[in-house]
Design a protein around this ligand. Structure first.
Ligand code: SF4
Ligand code: SF4
Length: 142
């Protein structure tokens, strides 16, 4: 299974990914609030966050995330569309937004505009290895 790898150290905070995501999903609309990716900007640090699954309740186990010595509220970098967060929802409608890899097969538009390669499409080898292990086990069990 493919997934998008994020290397925040390469992100310049240009936010082109947010714009192309909204344009691709809604005709003639360049609106970052309608994008399924959000670039969280903290001074000179930029963290692209891609919208993940919807959760219907705020989680109760919040942690602090430390990146390069900087402390962040986990909510800022969380991928979920959650009732407690204003992002990853269709403005005014509260409909959750989730990354769809821009189709099937995957054709992520955000990767196409990310010239620094902060976003790249990779194969999820962990999923593949898990599947192969499971198949091996099933073969041995006959
Ligand atoms: S397009 Fe790439 S470099 Fe620009 S904000 Fe998005 S992830 Fe960062
Ligand atoms: S893969 Fe498509 S839907 Fe997902 S964040 Fe990128 S542009 Fe948006």
């Amino acid at each position: 299974m493919a997934k998008i790898k994020v290397d925040h150290t390469k992100c310049t905070g240009c936010r082109s990914c947010e714009l192309i995501c909204s344009l691709h999903h809604i005709d003639n609309t360049f609106n970052p609030k309608r994008a399924r990716i959000k670039v969280y900007i903290d001074g000179e640090h930029h963290y692209p966050v891609i919208a993940g699954p919807y959760t219907d309740a705020e989680c109760t186990a919040k942690n602090t995330v430390i990146i390069a010595g900087h402390e962040y509220d986990e909510c800022e970098l969380c991928r979920a569309s959650c009732p407690a967060k204003p992002v990853f929802k269709e403005p005014g409608e509260e409909i959750p937004l989730k990354c769809d890899f821009c189709g099937d097969p995957p054709d992520p538009q955000c990767i196409k505009v990310c010239v620094t390669e902060a976003l790249t499409l990779i194969e999820d080898t962990e999923d593949k290895e898990d599947k192969e292990d499971k198949e091996d086990k099933e073969d041995k069990e006959g």
